[in-house]
Design a protein around this ligand. Structure first.
Ligand code: NDP
Length: 474
């Protein structure tokens, strides 16, 4: 049983101001796996004060000092990869092998990316008579969710460190273990006191205190649109920058060609990965109307073959994160049936043979884009197939969404797929499974603002200063 009863503030593990605890539940067993201390606004004040004091020197640190620190963090991170993977499996239920390869792997890749970018990043640039300087924005409040707990922390903490910012991290209550290990890693790597601080606890308390704090310069948030709106309201009074990475309802367009069956299979498998709890998931699968039967047959067969079970074992899908999330997903499945969508695979209840744990059946519907299951982010292993008559209609359906995070186009002709990708109003579109750790990640419309990942992620944490008429560097 884990006991997380200290916060990391000013380079030390300190007792919280008040002694209130919350249980952490293992979603595969529904048993208590540990307890975390719940912070108060007083803990936030101390962490922000430490970050403010540290900002004076860290913001002036040289690129080589920051590279040394990031290199030391990479060395410590590499030592702790097994611990991190165990933590992710225990806290949010990702299959252990998937947690190791992808959840923990993404942390490594973002850290390596930050190091490579920092080596060449232009913090100063002379433009005519003006010296442009990109300066760290200041003290950052980082608020993260549980679905990709290391990745979401990594895309904030590493660029913030690299750009000379100081920070207070508030991870999701449901997934506190991996963030705690990350704090141990930063401590072991010799991060200067106050540069990185960790306060665990409730979003409504810690997140609100950070968002409203007069000495926090920026909030970087990943999570639901509802909380994103609340953070913007809370941050408005102090005019702080708010970076938002919110939800999605992304379309995956399968082109009408010889690769259709293989691509429907890939899209269905991808939807079930991480139990469907991925903001950029292709949760609307757009298929040619005259090949519906073929596409439905492939999707059913793939969904029915997804191995669901104990994430410690050799499975493709573990549970969803919590009882609350399980109930939300069940309500969406029931709504899909009520609104007249055809159930292709899965449905209500747990998969056969699983009587406890928050396990959901890999579920596929055939429906249309007006249905709730096509409009709202379910955040579970539920795919909605939608037929299209021609490519103009496919693009129109893809763009008929309040969200604009991601998109997918797959087909034999990559040029045709790329031309379609250009017409989709989302922050990213993946053509034939393309993946790039350096590509910017973020959303149009209600999927948020700003961009994380790669050098775009650095700009999130930088202010631009113009020194007009600056003396030329000697
Ligand atoms: P939330 O948006 O509620 O939580 C994300 C983070 O924000 C958590 O750390 C949370 O704390 C914190 N938070 C909660 N309330 C506030 C507040 N008032 N001010 C500041 N921070 C706050 O996501 P949920 O975990 O509840 O998931 C709900 C839905 O959101 C999902 O079903 C999914 O649709 C979407 N979602 C999208 C994600 C994405 O990557 N785009 C990620 C996660 C969820 P606490 O731990 O206390 O809840």
């Amino acid at each position: 049983m884990k006991q997380l009863d200290k916060f990391y503030v000013n380079g030390r593990w300190v007792a919280p101001a008040a002694c209130t605890f919350a249980d952490v539940i293992n979603p595969a067993t529904e048993t208590v796996s540990g307890r975390i201390a719940l912070g108060t606004p007083e803990d936030v004040d101390l962490a922000v004060l430490a970050a403010r004091r540290a900002f004076a020197s860290w913001s002036e640190s040289s690129v080589s000092e920051r590279l040394d620190l990031l290199g030391a963090i990479l060395a410590e991170y590499t030592k702790r990869t097994e611990d991190l993977a165990d933590a992710v499996t225990e806290e949010m239920g990702a299959p252990r092998s998937f947690a190791g390869h992808l959840h923990v792997g993404l942390g490594t890749w973002h850290l390596q990316a930050a190091i490579e970018i920092l080596k060449h990043f232009q913090f100063e640039e002379q433009r005519g008579a003006t010296l442009l300087r990109r300066e760290p924005i200041g003290v950052c409040g980082l608020i993260t969710p549980w679905n990709w707990p290391i990745n979401q922390v990594a895309v904030k903490v590493f660029p913030a460190l690299a750009t000379g910012c100081t920070m207070v991290l508030k991870p999701a209550q449901l997934a506190p273990y991996s963030a705690q290990i990350l704090a141990e890693i930063l401590d072991a790597a010799g991060t200067p006191a106050g540069v990185f601080n960790l306060v665990q606890g409730k979003g409504s308390v810690i997140g609100t205190a950070l968002s409203r704090h007069p000495d926090v310069d920026m909030i970087s948030f990943t999570g639901s649109a509802e909380v994103g709106v609340q953070i913007q309201k809370d941050a408005a009074e102090t005019i702080k920058r708010v970076g938002l990475e919110l939800g999605g309802k992304s379309a995956w367009i399968v082109l009408d060609d010889a690769d259709l069956a293989a691509n429907v299979g890939k899209a269905t498998g991808a939807m079930m990965s991480n139990s469907g709890q991925t903001c950029s998931a292709g949760s609307r699968l757009l298929i040619p109307a005259d090949r519906v039967d073929e596409a439905v047959g492939v999707a059913r067969s793939v969904a029915e073959q997804v191995a669901v079970g104990n994430p410690a074992g050799n499975v493709a899908m573990g549970p969803v994160v919590s009882g609350g999330q399980f109930d939300v997903i069940q309500r969406y499945i029931a709504k899909g049936v009520d609104e007249g969508a055809t159930l292709v695979a899965g449905g209500l209840g747990r998969p056969d043979g699983l009587d406890s744990g928050y396990f959901v059946k890999p579920t596929v519907f055939l429906g249309d884009n007006s249905m709730t299951i096509a409009r709202e982010e379910i955040f579970g292993p539920v795919l909605t197939m939608i037929p299209y008559k021609d490519l103009d209609e496919a693009v129109a359906i893809a763009n008929d969404s309040n969200f604009g995070l991601s998109g997918y186009v797959t087909g034999a002709d990559a040029s045709e797929a790329t031309a379609i990708a250009k017409r989709i109003r989302t922050g990213a579109v993946h053509v034939n499974g393309g993946f790039d750790i350096m590509a910017p990640f973020g959303g149009y419309k209600r999927s948020g603002n700003g961009r994380e990942w790669g050098d775009f992620g650095f700009h999130e944490f930088l202010e631009t200063k113009a020194i007009v008429g600056a003396a030329a560097a000697s």
